[in-house]
Design a protein. Structure first.
Length: 256
């Protein structure tokens, strides 16, 4: 199953990403296509990551109000997340089981890491700057999951629903997997990568397809009893917002 899913993803992603509008967009004067190297590309990946990570330092009062409202909304979801969890766990079935597997494999690092590398490699091999940039931005999403989401969940130490300790059970600073509920890495990866790929293709069907897959991925974490609703909401929102900032950074670099 994992290998088949990986090849299916590669066969689906790469030809469609090749349709991205940036495939024909000229590079900014400071970064001519001919001078691009693996080292310079990885430098840009890191620059986009650090720029995005430092975004709060550039926020104005309106941005902080928006951040507060989003945080409040995620916090408010804890009011009914236990009831939602009970409802979902009481409605398992064959179709749900299949969708859960689709959602899991769509955002697992066993797929997302190879997919980002394959996309980047295809861009290099076929001389498509659009596909190449897509792979680089996917790498940025994964950097956030690895360097921000992973430490955050260790610091929070929130019990997964399946542990049976309730949604307000926290034991900070732990590496125990059963206490890795907040924030959902699958949701962060799914919405981050879907946002990047859909923006690159920039066609209606792409937005519908990739955000539907992201939604299935987030839902699958509730279905499998690995995360609470607030974990999934936080991961989804952070994945979307950070990937949007990354995409905007690349657009500015390419278009000048």
């Amino acid at each position: 199953m994992p290998a088949a899913w990986l090849f299916a993803c590669a066969a689906f992603f790469i030809p469609r990403v090749a349709q991205a509008q940036w495939a024909t967009v000229p590079q900014a004067p400071g970064v001519p296509t001919a001078s691009r190297t693996f080292s310079s590309d990885m430098g840009e990946v890191w620059d986009a990551f650090t720029y995005t990570l430092g975004s709060p330092g550039r926020w104005d009062s309106g941005d902080w109000v928006t951040a507060g409202l989003i945080t409040g909304g995620v916090a408010a979801s804890t009011i009914f997340e236990e009831d939602l969890r009970n409802a979902i766990q009481g409605s398992h079935g064959r179709a749900g089981d299949v969708l859960e597997r689709v959602g899991f494999w769509y955002a697992t690092p066993y797929v997302t890491v190879p997919a980002s590398l394959l996309t980047y490699g295809a861009g290099v091999a076929f001389g498509s700057d659009g596909v190449r940039d897509t792979g680089m931005m996917m790498m940025d999403v994964l950097l956030f999951v690895g360097l921000v989401q992973q430490p955050a969940r260790m610091i929070a130490g929130r019990a997964r629903p399946e542990l049976g300790e309730g949604h307000f059970s926290f034991k900070p600073f732990t590496t125990a997997n059963e206490r890795a509920s907040f924030i959902s890495g699958h949701a962060w990866s799914a919405f981050g990568i879907s946002n990047i790929v859909a923006r690159q293709i920039d066609q209606g069907w792409a937005y519908v397809t990739f955000f539907s897959l992201a939604g299935i991925s987030g839902w699958s974490r509730l279905y499998s009893d690995k995360h609470w609703l607030s974990d999934v909401l936080a991961g989804s929102i952070l994945g979307y917002l950070t990937s949007t900032t990354v995409w905007n950074w690349f657009e500015e670099q390419r278009l000048g």
